[in-house]
Design a protein around this ligand. Structure first.
Ligand SMILES: Nc1ncnc2c1ncn2[C@@H]1O[C@H](COP(=O)(O)OP(=O)(O)OP(=O)(O)O)[C@@H](O)[C@H]1O
Ligand SMILES: [Mg+2]
Length: 288
């Protein structure tokens, strides 16, 4: 069998909190092949961003680990670009300069100054932000900043693209446009994508696989659903496709039936788990 491109093995993530260690993730095992588009879906607070941050090298698992192309991941790297949940742009740089910073880091040697300039503009045009190239993050809306974050990540031509709810803050039309662009780019570059989303339709439309995570604490992979729909995919045509509708129902049923039942059972069974969870949530609020 082919070796995995990206592999998480036995990942546990324990956060230190005032009430003691909070086990956010436990026994997370995940194998991803080169060029796969994988979505992570699960209830708020289950640990999706934590998984993504471990792959990004921004967090170190307390047990187990992440291996990319045979190398252990323990720090960030330009081959793994991240689009953060709350668009993390440098506030003192303009929109153009934010993208330029990343492009210079990756292509300083391989592209001429003019090529870099054209490439930055191309990526800003892709997300419809070229008109605001000279504005600073404080002068644009949240949705616009999110689009710059997406342009910055795409401009790095990463072999792994990590996206934390990238389209959540966008209006429906912009979101559809960017989803279609992302599908085209991913087909062309064959990069591996891990995307967190709360949107079931988005997950089914874009993904080769949907990883459904159980509720935390000690969250893990609940179900792993392969989306066997031909590409290129057309959102309008798929709306009536029986397979699309079935995939969608499977995800909805996991989120709103299976996970809800588990949640109420475990709450009844153990007060300990919920006490632990509230410890973790308190920390999250403080850090937000
Ligand atoms: N630095 C931290 N210290 C303590 N607990 C944390 C820390 N970061 C995250 N947690 C806790 O770990 C759990 C998982 O958090 P995470 O941010 O990964 O969830 P999520 O699935 O991305 O949620 P959302 O959908 O709301 O973004 C939560 O209970 C959170 O409170
Ligand atoms: Mg998150």
């Amino acid at each position: 069998m082919a070796k995995s491109h990206l592999e998480l093995t036995g990942v546990e993530m324990a956060f230190d909190t005032a009430k003691g260690p909070f086990i956010a993730l436990e026994n997370v095992d995940l194998k991803i092949q080169k060029g796969e588009f994988v979505s992570l879906i699960g209830h708020s607070g289950c640990g999706k961003s934590t998984v993504l941050n471990i792959v990004a090298g921004l967090l170190q698992a307390s047990k187990g680990g992440c291996v990319l192309d045979g190398h252990e991941v323990n720090s960030p790297g330009p081959e793994r670009a991240v689009v953060f949940q709350n668009h993390a742009l440098m506030p003192w740089l303009t929109v153009y300069e934010n993208v330029e910073l990343a492009v210079r880091q990756v292509f300083r040697k391989s592209m001429s100054r003019q090529e870099r300039k054209d490439w930055i503009t191309h990526n800003l045009e892709l997300v419809n932000m070229a008109h605001a190239a000279n504005k600073r993050p404080g002068e644009i809306s949240g949705g616009m900043a999110q689009r710059v974050g997406i342009a910055r990540a795409l401009a790095m031509k990463p072999s792994v693209l990590l996206m934390d709810e990238p389209f959540g803050a966008l209006d429906a039309l912009t979101r559809a446009h960017l989803q279609d662009s992302l599908m085209d780019i991913q087909q062309e570059l064959n990069n591996t994508v891990i995307m967190i989303t709360h949107d079931v339709d988005e997950a089914v439309l874009l993904s080769d696989r949907i990883i459904m995570m159980t509720n935390g604490p000690a969250a893990t992979v609940g179900e792993d659903l392969y989306i066997d729909l031909p590409r290129p995919r057309n959102r309008v045509a798929l709306a009536d496709d029986a397979r699309y509708v079935r995939y969608r129902q499977e995800v909805l049923s996991f989120l709103y039936e299976k996970q809800r039942k588990l949640e109420s059972l475990s709450t009844r069974r153990s007060g300990k788990a919920s006490a632990q969870e509230s410890g973790g949530q308190a920390v999250k609020q403080v850090s937000a």
